[in-house]
Design a protein around this ligand. Structure first.
Ligand code: IPE
Ligand code: IPE
Ligand code: MG
Length: 278
């Protein structure tokens, strides 16, 4: 977390927000649905692709902030398996922007010890994108700071289907298909995100109250943070506010608040259970 203060202006709003964070209770995994690029452009009478172009800087800033804060995993929804429904020109621009980002940001990833991982049905991507993505993934494979999962041609249902098919194939190879029974752990271990803890905090920009086929399995107990801010306007300040909001939540996982709840009362905290004599 110290590394974050190096890039903040003393006495700035970001500095104050960062100071009020509890470094012991940072989310280990943040997932973000980066939405609203098209609306950002429309508000300015610009073509939609201008919104995508403006959405690159917030990615850079979010990645760097998470790395310096000491967040371990950041999963960014960049292209869904449903986004192919968009006009060809828009989709092509997204690939061009991704390739530009990869070429330009590799030094920043290396400098900050960030490992890049791509998740989704990558074999459905244009050849050149697959190749350049593969190169960046390989170049950063030994970094052990923040892991950035870039979700591309990603669908949450497809991910579960792929995990089940992987299980079936393994079982077929072992000749144990007949007696196959499956646990939650069997599935989790075969998801694209295998090895990462489930997201603690899921952020969606642009105010849409939906999941849009993102990490369906993994977000079972994620804290949701939905902001009206459009993705190109998403700043470090907003990210810090989201994490601060997360730290005020009372995560119960179906159980009860810690007894008394005094040290960590939480925004929706219930009063401590009391036995009342009658
Ligand atoms: C998110 O912005 C980026 C991608 C889905 C690739 P949108 O392009 O969905 O922007 P809106 O939702 O139309 O404003
Ligand atoms: C979700 O946004 C996908 C990404 C942010 C990459 P969409 O804009 O595709 O979602 P819907 O269509 O509004 O649900
Ligand atoms: Mg959208």
């Amino acid at each position: 977390m110290e590394a974050l203060f190096e890039i903040l202006k003393p006495a700035s709003e970001d500095w104050a927000l960062a100071e009020s964070l509890d470094p012991e209770r940072l989310p280990a995994h943040i997932a973000i649905i980066m939405d609203g690029n098209g609306r950002w452009a429309r508000q300015r009478n610009l073509p939609r692709v201008a919104g995508h172009r403006a959405g690159v800087e917030p990615v850079r800033q979010t990645v760097e902030t998470c790395a310096r804060l000491g967040v371990k995993y950041l999963t960014l929804y960049a292209f869904s398996s449903e986004n192919w429904k968009r006009p060809r020109t828009e989709v092509d621009t997204l690939w061009r922007l991704l390739r530009l980002y990869l070429a330009k940001e590799l030094p920043l990833l290396q400098r900050n010890n960030i490992r890049l991982v791509a998740i989704g049905r990558l074999d459905g991507l244009p050849e050149r994108v697959q190749q350049e993505l593969g190169e960046s993934v390989e170049a950063t494979a030994a970094n052990d700071g923040l892991q950035v999962n870039l979700a591309i041609n990603y669908g949450g249902r497809a991910e579960v289907v792929d995990a089940v098919n992987a299980l079936l194939a393994e079982s077929r190879a072992r000749g144990t298909l007949g007696g196959l029974s499956v646990s939650e752990d069997d599935i989790s271990k075969r998801l694209y995100t295998a090895g990462a803890p489930d997201p603690d905090l899921l952020i969606r920009t642009s105010g849409e109250m939906r999941i849009s086929n993102f990490l369906l399995w993994q977000i079972a107990y994620a804290e949701l943070y939905i902001t009206e801010t459009l993705w190109p306007d998403f700043t470090r300040t907003e990210l810090l506010k989201a994490i601060l909001d997360y730290q005020r939540r009372d995560r119960r996982f179906g159980g009860l608040s810690p007894a008394g709840g005094k040290d960590n009362p939480g925004r929706h905290a219930q009063p401590a259970l009391r036995v009342v004599a009658r």
